[in-house]
Design a protein around this ligand. Structure first.
Ligand code: UT7
Length: 336
């Protein structure tokens, strides 16, 4: 999907505030060495990950999301009561129904807000951005909140070294409002899906296709399963393509990009994209060493950290790009 055709009919939107929340508990590579047959050296050289955060037992995805939203609203100067739309991107919802966004609405007292979830895995935050961009852009809402939030630790098979070393918990949020004369704006946005590759990365059990029963409970089907090498190849190609499309649709060139904020799954994937896009390594935001892959939360957390670290100045052109289960991919070019 290409935003260019519809873009002109919509009023532009801005990211008015960002926020993120990471649970306190740190799980290091050394900790994982005690759980499965792995090593700090393997995890570091194959992924770049050194540690990840793990939510407390009584913290669910909505709690992580609500903390991130509070910070984003405070930065944007928007009251909870004035939020009209909440979209939570997650693959680890509190419950299958109602949506995690409903719990966030309740926790924050956003009583006027329409609230629902988006399930697009690691691309979810950018899918939510596009939904907010078009609906706020069309005038249906004034103040929208988008969130990427995951408690992946609840969906990990802690005996599977292929996956348990990769993921972590966390949340990031952004407030989307109409752009003003002196604000930044979302310049372009691209979404893509390839359901033919759905089996490469999934949580196979726990849905209507394969309910968890007494008979299959020991198979741990409600945990993440991934064909890593295949996903890796698709990730590099799709993220590179989506990046170029977002840059071109925005009327920009790679050299205009001041900061690339990619999905934080694997440093080798990011390096491959950066090389192909000819963007300087110093212009890439990376925090996967500290948080691992937090799926829908990853780009959202990175955006907030880049914002609060002063990595983006007014007028800078920023590129966000993500890839995940579905397969899904998404990108957005933003003028900060
Ligand atoms: O967020 C959604 C998108 N997700 C991604 O983008 C993830 C994409 N995939 C990847 O990042 C990489 O494929 C992985 C990090 C998951 C795996 O790296 P790899 O270089 O593709 O390794 P591999 O799966 O080909 O495995 C290489 C070897 C295997 O051993 P053999 O068969 O060569 O003897 C694995 O059994 O590494 C072994 N291995 C491990 N060894 C120590 C797999 N996991 C581990 C581990 N510790 N944790």
């Amino acid at each position: 999907m290409d935003s260019s055709a519809a873009a002109s009919a919509l009023r532009p939107v801005q990211i008015a505030g960002t926020g993120s929340y990471l649970p306190e508990k740190v799980l290091s590579n050394a900790d994982l060495e005690k759980i499965v047959e792995t090593s700090d050296d393997w995890i570091t050289t194959r992924t770049g990950i050194k540690e990840r955060r793990i939510a407390a037992e009584d913290q669910s995805t909505s709690h992580l999301a609500a903390e991130a939203v509070k910070k984003a609203l405070a930065q944007a100067g928007v009251e909870a009561a004035d939020v009209e739309l909440i979209i939570v991107a997650t693959i680890t919802p509190d419950t299958l129904t109602p949506a995690t966004a409903c719990y966030v609405q309740k926790q924050l007292g956003c009583d006027r807000a329409v609230a629902f979830d988006v399930s697009a895995a690691c691309s979810g935050f950018l899918y939510a951005l596009e939904l907010a961009r078009t609906s706020v852009g069309a005038g249906a809402f004034q103040n929208a909140v988008i969130v990427g939030a995951e408690k992946l630790s609840a969906y990990i098979n802690w005996e599977d070294r292929n996956t348990c070393v990769l993921f972590g918990d966390g949340a990031g949020a952004a407030v989307i409002t109409p752009a003003t004369a002196d604000s930044g704006r979302v310049l372009s946005s691209q979404l893509g899906t390839d359901g033919n590759q759905a089996e490469l990365l999934s949580i196979p059990g726990g849905g209507s296709a394969c309910p968890i029963t007494v008979d299959n409970a020991s198979e741990r089907l409600a945990t993440l399963a991934m064909q890593g090498r295949e996903v890796f190849k698709h990730a590099v190609n799709a993220m590179k393509r989506a990046s170029i499309e977002a840059i071109e649709t925005a009327g920009l060139q790679s050299s205009d990009i001041k900061l690339l904020i990619p999905h934080q799954a694997n440093l080798r994937i990011i390096d491959a994209i950066v090389e192909r896009l000819e963007i300087d390594k110093e212009d890439v935001f990376i925090n996967l060493n500290r948080y691992g892959n937090t799926s829908a939360a990853a780009v959202a957390i990175a955006l907030d950290e880049a914002n609060r670290d002063g990595r983006m100045q007014r007028g800078d052109k920023i590129l966000l790009v993500a890839f995940g289960a579905g397969l899904t991919w998404a990108s957005a070019a933003i003028e900060w």
